[in-house]
Write a protein that binds this ligand. Structure first.
Ligand SMILES: Cc1ncc(COP(=O)(O)O)c(C=O)c1O
Length: 394
């Protein structure tokens, strides 16, 4: 397996994890589409039982296409090991279950991905695992929330939809010398824009469904860390079964090969569009960490190489106006998700938060006029023109 140690980001993204001369001589890694692996004889089975054979046994325990994708992800994140899952949520839930036990306590920040919060607040509780939700970036509150049985601190950066940025240096000072695992969901940042492991964060998680896959055509999640932490998570995955399938593994490998090119375009497009929207007469407020008006601009600038493609903005608090605006868009598609080549736009109040009562939703900052744009890799001028014509005539 190629490691590409000391090589550049894109060299790793293109080559790492793959076998240079595989048995077919194909330049691409084969999609080993199988559920099980066969043995030539009993000696081979015995070798496997004794842990001597570097071979595969059964699809749920791992397969060659997954292994290649994991090697690539570990190389670009600078992690000792990577474990792939069938989705980002599978990566998060399997890791928590693998690392926690009854009687433990976790701390999570309040603007984490809604489903991660739902899991932490409601599912873990049923297993006698206590959860404290703290305000994102309230470092005093984070420290105050620590208890003798705290086992995990979980947060994201940037967060959805306001793109709050955790100051990783400050955060890790709080957890220095404590027996608490700090997990960072770095989906919105990607390994190109932010490097949490270099700040001492113990585990990084990404939904590969977003920028890493990059083409809105697969679901996957990854956990990156030292082997002493990924080993128990990988063992637990063998039980919970949320394994990535061979075809998605291949799509992920293919997407990763162009990842640096794509993320640079997302960064450039995000910046241009955020700057444009900030001056737009119909836009009340823009949230983008690359704008000096963002509350965490200074931290973002010192900690990130780029700010990604998600731009959140507010128009007037009028659901009818927002829905009319969305329906007038010509090629920017209405839909959840982010990080793909196609631009997507969503109205959190009527999509991800539709089931939350209005008052509660507004208290969470999900106002009627809030819009999240996930900029793709199209030409920035065309995205701007599409949004402009829809905003002006709605
Ligand atoms: C920050 C973040 N983490 C995790 C997830 C879950 O990932 P998946 O949809 O791949 O399960 C999402 C999904 O939107 C997300 O935005």
């Amino acid at each position: 397996m190629q490691e590409c140690k000391g090589m550049g980001f894109s060299t790793k993204a293109v080559h790492a994890g793959e076998i240079r001369y595989n048995e077919y001589g194909s330049i691409t890694t084969p999609i080993v589409q199988t559920s099980t692996f066969i043995f030539k004889n009993i000696a081979e089975i015995q070798q496997l039982a004794e842990g001597k054979a570097g071979r595969f046994e059964y699809g749920r325990y791992g397969h060659p296409t997954q292994l290649a994708a994991e090697g690539k992800l570990a190389a670009i994140e600078g992690a000792e090991d990577a474990v792939l899952f069938s989705s980002g949520m599978s990566a998060i839930t399997t890791s928590m279950f693998a690392l926690l036990k009854a009687g433990d306590h976790i701390i999570i920040t309040d603007d984490a991905y809604k489903r991660t919060l739902d899991f932490s607040k409601t599912c873990l509780d049923r297993f006698d695992i206590e959860c404290t939700v703290v305000k994102m970036c309230d470092y005093e509150a984070i420290e105050r929330a620590i208890k003798p049985n705290t086992r995990i601190f979980f947060s994201e950066s940037p967060t959805n939809p306001y793109l709050n940025i955790m100051d990783l240096e400050r955060l890790m000072k709080i957890f220095k010398g404590r027996d608490i695992l700090v997990i960072s969901d770095s989906t919105f940042a990607t390994p190109y824009n932010q490097r949490p492991l270099e700040y001492g964060v113990h585990i990084v998680i990404h939904s590969c469904t977003k920028y890493l896959g990059g083409h809105n055509d697969l679901l996957s999640g990854v956990v990156l860390s030292k082997k002493e932490l990924t080993d128990p998570i990988r063992e637990y995955l063998k039980i919970t079964g949320g394994v990535i399938d061979p075809h998605s593994s291949y799509l992920l490998i293919r997407g990763l090969k162009t990842f640096e090119l794509r993320i640079k375009r997302h960064n450039a497009n995000g910046q241009k569009i955020a700057e444009y929207l900030e001056k737009h007469p119909k836009v009340e407020r823009v949230y983008y960490p690359g704008l000096p008006s963002h509350p965490h601009y200074d931290v973002a600038k010192s900690q990130m190489a780029g700010f990604g493609g998600v731009v959140t903005f507010k128009v007037r608090d009028d659901v009818e106006y927002v829905l009319k605006f969305l329906s007038r868009l010509k090629f920017v598609n209405i839909g959840p998700s982010l990080g793909g080549v196609e631009s997507l736009i969503t109205h959190p109040a009527s999509v991800s938060y539709y089931s939350v009562p209005r008052q509660e939703r507004i208290a969470l900052g999900i106002t009627d006029g809030l819009i999240r744009l996930a900029v793709g890799v199209e030409n920035a001028r065309d995205i701007i023109n599409d949004i402009d014509q829809a905003l002006r005539f709605a």
